[in-house]
Design a protein. Structure first.
Length: 240
């Protein structure tokens, strides 16, 4: 088996960093390459440099600033995680119905602007083929609801099945320091029939922000044509 050998070859005096000068005493194939040895790392000597503060003030300040920024970033990220965790979850709404056997999932979508959130108490009533539900307060004592860009989920129990939903009635009591509320849409899922109904609002429930000054909306169920309209699809994809 043939192998490379350095016998009869040596590096010439004209070798530079840009070229290699080879001298050989025989007429055979030869080749060469540059090898740049890596710098050795001496940890002890490196640590000693930190003791010489007066000679390495800039480096020491850079390390301290970087460490402080990192710690502050970790604290900020952790606080955001806690806030997101508190804003998520499903709220089980209290019911006055005895032996409630039917339940509905209610998902409320608030607008994305900073003014869309509300401090008012929000109520809802569902209307179906069979009957109307009771007026329900959408409330959770453990977290703030209906913040901007929020998606709040609830479970409502009834003692009778409402049947296919036709419309919902949504309103608030205009209380708090910022009662105005922009409601995007509400999605209601009937867990008995495994069907979902979408109620697109895209309007203000506000005395001063809306054109009509109403804080109550009667929203009919959206048809398939309304759900596939360009404006609805564009807003949904833009805001998600």
């Amino acid at each position: 088996q043939q192998s490379w050998s350095d016998q009869g070859c040596w590096v010439g005096s004209e070798t530079r960093s840009s070229k290699l000068h080879c001298q050989c005493s025989h007429l055979t194939s030869f080749a060469g390459k540059f090898f740049i040895p890596p710098n050795t790392l001496n940890i002890v000597e490196t640590l000693k440099l930190f003791l010489e503060i007066d000679e390495n003030v800039v480096v020491l300040c850079a390390v301290i600033i970087t460490l402080c920024v990192y710690v502050l970033g970790v604290i900020w990220a952790r606080r955001k995680d806690v806030q997101d965790s508190n804003r998520s979850g499903v709220t089980l709404l209290p019911s006055h119905c005895i032996n409630a056997q039917y339940n509905y999932d209610i998902t409320v979508f608030t607008g994305i602007s900073s003014q869309s959130q509300t401090t008012a108490r929000v109520f809802i009533q569902l209307s179906g083929d069979n009957e109307d539900s009771e007026c329900i307060l959408l409330h959770d004592a453990n977290r703030q609801l209906f913040r901007n860009k929020a998606v709040d989920s609830f479970v409502m129990n009834t003692n009778k099945q409402l049947g296919p939903l036709h419309y919902i009635r949504v309103w608030h009591d205009n209380s708090g320091y910022s009662p105005s509320w922009f409601l995007k849409q509400i999605v209601i899922r009937d867990n008995q029939s495994d069907t979902s109904h979408v109620f697109i609002c895209q309007r203000w429930l506000s005395v001063d922000m809306s054109n009509d000054g109403c804080i109550e909306r009667v929203i009919p169920v959206s048809s398939q044509e309304e759900l596939t309209q360009f404006n609805s699809l564009f807003r949904t994809r833009l805001e998600t």
